[in-house]
Design a protein around this ligand. Structure first.
Ligand code: COA
Length: 302
């Protein structure tokens, strides 16, 4: 039976969830697992529905591909993800899916294409290499053994507020994000609309987002996320003007405490392996590397 590729259609979500749960695929897509995992990820404005492709063998879904697109214009970059059911591997299907999703990303005006692979993954690594992707960066998933969390010691002059879904706090959160990540690898500014979409996702835990203020100025934040298999310090940042005063540590402790009281699953976070400042903070708060993810950039001609 010939394989046909189909665009995104919510009618395929049940089949998609089933394919995502196949053990070798689940290892690469842990945050997509469970009843709410896929819905949670699809609510992320960076996962672009127009890039999603499904591969069907008759009525059986045997593969999928999609891309995250971060930013817009010249600075935009795409992260492509592909998976093929073990019964259909080494037949060129992954390559076909990757080319399709790559074309969809290019059609959005995005030139810089990346992919990422959780280690160890011989097939994923070999596949990415064969598609012309080479090493760009390591990211680490760190985990903290459950247990007592020291209370946050808020620096002098800092007040902390939990996100109340107001327009003013939405703007403050977006400003704090942009102020915190401006000098990061592949930083792309977040828009207010982007923040709004994240906050309106069905399972967005509003009380798991804390903002730190100095006077009326937002100078840091910590956003917690709940996945079926883990709780995550999703994003944590302090603006340049508020670094070196213990605010990151205090926000991290606030986040760990929030996660420990909202889930019994492991408390994790994902960090750029080259971000020494963040790594030493996380290590000193009891986090240890649990998994590594390689980010690869397409360097050969498409
Ligand atoms: C990685 C994956 C998508 C590859 O799908 P696939 O349909 O088997 O890939 P293709 O048949 O199109 O392979 C294309 C090329 O990749 C390379 N490749 C793929 N799998 C390989 C393996 N297990 N060992 C060595 N090379 C491999 C080969 O060069 C292959 O070309 P060839 O068969 O002509 O030698 C699939 O193994 C998978 O779903 N793995 C789990 C999820 C995952 O790791 N995804 C990648 C992260 S986004």
């Amino acid at each position: 039976m010939p394989i046909d590729l189909r665009p995104h259609d919510p009618a395929h979500h049940a089949a998609w969830r089933e394919l995502l749960a196949e053990p070798s695929i689940a290892l690469q897509y842990d945050a997509f697992q469970g009843d709410g995992g896929l819905a949670h990820k699809l609510a992320d404005p960076h996962l672009r529905p127009e890039t999603i492709r499904f591969a069907f063998d008759g009525e059986a879904m045997v593969g999928f591909a999609f891309a995250w697109v971060l930013g817009s214009g010249e600075a935009a970059w795409g992260i492509l993800r592909v998976a093929v059911h073990p019964s259909h591997r080494r037949r060129g299907l992954g390559r076909t899916l990757a080319r399709e999703v790559s074309a969809a990303v290019t059609a959005l005006g995005v030139r810089d294409h990346y992919t990422s692979v959780w280690q160890p993954a011989e097939d994923g690594e070999a596949f990415a290499g064969s598609m012309g992707y080479t090493h760009a960066r390591w990211f680490w998933m760190m985990e903290r053994a459950r247990g007592a969390v020291p209370s946050p010691a808020w620096p002098a002059g800092i007040t902390v507020r939990v996100f109340d879904r107001s327009e003013a706090m939405l703007r403050d959160w977006n400003d704090a994000y942009n102020g915190s990540f401006i000098d990061h690898w592949h930083y792309v500014p977040s828009s207010l609309e982007n923040a709004r979409r994240i906050s309106e996702a069905p399972d967005f835990p509003a009380d798991g987002l804390a903002l730190a203020y100095r006077g009326t100025e937002p100078v840091g934040f910590c956003r917690c996320e709940l996945y079926p298999t883990r709780g995550e310090i999703g994003v944590l940042g302090t603006t340049r003007a508020a670094r070196g005063i213990g605010l990151g540590r205090a926000l991290l402790r606030w986040g760990v405490d929030w996660l420990e009281s909202h889930t019994t699953t492991p408390v994790t976070l994902l960090v750029d392996g080259d971000n020494e400042r963040a790594l030493s903070l996380y290590r000193s708060e009891g986090f240890e590397v649990r998994r590594t993810r390689r980010v690869l950039q397409e360097t050969a001609a498409r």
